[in-house]
Every structure is written in C-alpha cells, then in structure tokens.
Ligand binder design. Structure first.
Ligand SMILES: C[S@@+](CC[C@H](N)C(=O)[O-])C[C@H]1O[C@@H](n2cnc3c(N)ncnc32)[C@H](O)[C@@H]1O
Length: 298
C-alpha cells in the first residue's frame, strides 16, 4: 500500500490492525515493558503521567500533571466514595492521585506486568484503595458496577473501540460517566501513512488506531452513551509536555542509554520530536469526551 509522496508501507505497518488479546499485549509491551526507571525519568514529576499535561499556571512537572488530573476529576464530577475504573493505567500515578485527593476507590487495568507491579506498589505506599490488574479490557469482568470509566491516551490502542464502549456501558452504573481523552484527526484524510506516522506506530508495536472526533462520537452513540461535554485541550499544551520529556531524556542521557541502549534512546527521542512537530500542524486535536449512561426512567 502506498502512502504520501509515493513511500511504500506494507499492510502490517498500517494503522487499524485487529489483533488477538495476546498479540495486543505482546505488541503494546514492546513499548510499555521498557524499564520502569526509563519511563520514570522521561515522564518526571511525582505521578509519572504519560500523557498530555497542563502548563497554564506552572513550569513544575508535578503541578502540570496534577492540573490535568484535576481537570479530568472535574469532568468526571468525582464525589467521595465513588468507584472508578482507569483503563490503561500506566504506572499508576494518575489513579493514585485521584483516589488520594478525591477519596475514591479505584481499579486500574494494564497489559504490562511491570506497570502492574509498580502501580500496585505505588497505590499501597500511598495508602489508597486501588487494585491494579493485568488484563485486556476485553477480558475484564466486574459485578459491582462503576461510577466512572475513564481513559487517558489509551483508546488509540483499541482497534475494536465500539466493543470497548459496549463493555464500558455494561459495567457502568445507571447515571455513570465515561471520560475519554485522546488525539483526533481533524479530517480522515490525515490517516494516510507517512514516514513520521509510521515511526510513531512502530514505537507502539503497530497498535495505532487514530480516528476523527466524529468517528469516536458515532461509536459511543452506538453503544448507548449520551454526550455531556467535549473539552478541547490546545496542542500547545502537548508541545510543552513533549519538550519537557525531551529535556528529561537529554538531561538523563547516560543513565537512560545504559537502561535501554543508545539505539532505542535515539528512536524514542525521534518519536518525541516527530510528535512535537505534528502538534504544530492543524491535523490533530486533543479532546476529552464526557458521556453518560442515562439513568433508566422508571
Ligand atoms: C500511553 S499509556 C497511558 C497511561 C496513563 N493513562 C497516563 O496517562 O499516564 C497507555 C496504557 O494503556 C494500556 N493498554 C493498552 N492497550 C490496552 C488494553 N487492550 N487493555 C488494557 N490496557 C491497555 C497500556 O498497557 C498502558 O498502560
């Protein structure tokens, strides 16, 4: 299949690949099973958030992570005692912060065994009520019900996003909210593969499924969700986040090269540079979609 400027990309290098649960796991883990210490240094701050943070009122890494998480909490309308599910919980910083500050109980899902161990240790150390489970969303079952199901830059990995929304709908209580933060193409024409996008997709084991906002809204509508709010985050915030991660890499270069090798260090830095450049174009937006499972009327 040919992409922009006549560059050839084989079918396995394209976006929108459908994999088995085991293959999703092994592919995403080519990324997330890199040493925890590597990601801790790259993401920085107290919570090691591996997604776009907010820098309006701060240059401090922890404060920028907390500002983003507070925004997510306000969009969730988090109330003490609620039960929340973080699908794709990374190293557990976001879920731990939310449980601690907002006095809620959490479950986190990840496909990465080392993330699970690190995230559970973090949660236990901070004394919050949270269970971290190594489980594909497809295989997750629950019989208590959640007030909130949320994701932060995770659903790009989900080829069957409609199936995920159906699962979220089924495990939410009536009136429960689903909150998803993700990048979206401003037009479907931008899904055409380029060298830069191909590099990004390879870093994640070719598990990319970038969509338009319209596509995502259509799928959540089909699952039964009603839209409440769409909050857009300016991409300048992501450029600032990426600049911070690049600066963290450069200032810890020797240690990080020792952890992952100079070749991977170079590939990773290149990935951040490409993203940073893309965020200057008008091809993507970053949106948080808040929808709910309407309480059934009697
Ligand atoms: C970019 S990280 C986001 C981490 C976190 N949300 C944050 O903001 O710091 C993506 C996470 O999604 C998880 N993930 C990817 N596919 C998944 C799946 N099918 N089921 C559960 N978790 C998945 C990965 O293991 C990883 O923890």
């Amino acid at each position: 299949m040919s992409g922009k400027r006549g560059v050839e990309f084989t079918p396995d290098k394209q976006f929108y690949q459908s994999y088995s649960t085991e293959e999703d796991k092994s592919r995403t883990n080519t990324h997330y099973e890199q040493p925890v210490a590597f990601f801790n240094a790259v993401t920085g701050g107290r919570w090691n958030v591996y997604s776009c943070n907010l820098w309006d009122d701060t240059d401090d890494q922890t404060a920028s992570q907390e500002a983003k998480l507070d925004l997510m909490a306000s969009l969730m309308n988090l109330q003490p005692g609620q039960r929340i599910l973080d699908v794709g919980c990374g190293w557990g910083g976001p879920l731990t912060y939310l449980c601690k500050k907002y006095n809620v109980e959490g479950v986190g899902l990840t496909l990465s065994p080392s993330q699970r161990v690190f995230a559970q240790e973090r949660a236990d150390r901070e004394g919050i009520r949270a269970e971290i489970i190594e489980c594909h969303w497809r295989d997750y079952t629950d019989d208590r019900g959640f007030d909130i199901v949320y994701t932060d830059e995770v659903i790009v990995h989900f080829n069957d996003l409609g199936g995920f929304f159906q699962k979220a709908f089924d495990i939410l209580k009536d009136g429960g909210r689903m909150v998803n933060k993700e990048l979206h193409y401003t037009h479907s024409r931008y899904s055409e593969m380029t060298r830069g996008l191909s590099h990004i997709n390879e870093i994640y084991g070719s598990t990319g499924n970038y969509r338009t906002l319209a596509d995502e809204l259509g799928l959540s509508n089909a699952a039964g969700f009603e839209v409440q709010t769409i909050h857009q985050i300016p991409l300048a915030q992501y450029r600032r986040t990426m600049s911070q991660w690049m600066s963290n890499m450069k200032s810890n270069r020797a240690e990080l090269e020792a952890l992952v090798g100079p070749e991977y260090f170079k590939r990773f830095l290149m990935y951040l540079k490409i993203c940073h450049r893309i965020f200057y174009t008008q091809t993507m937006t970053m949106d948080i979609i808040v929808s709910h499972k309407a309480a059934t009327s009697a």
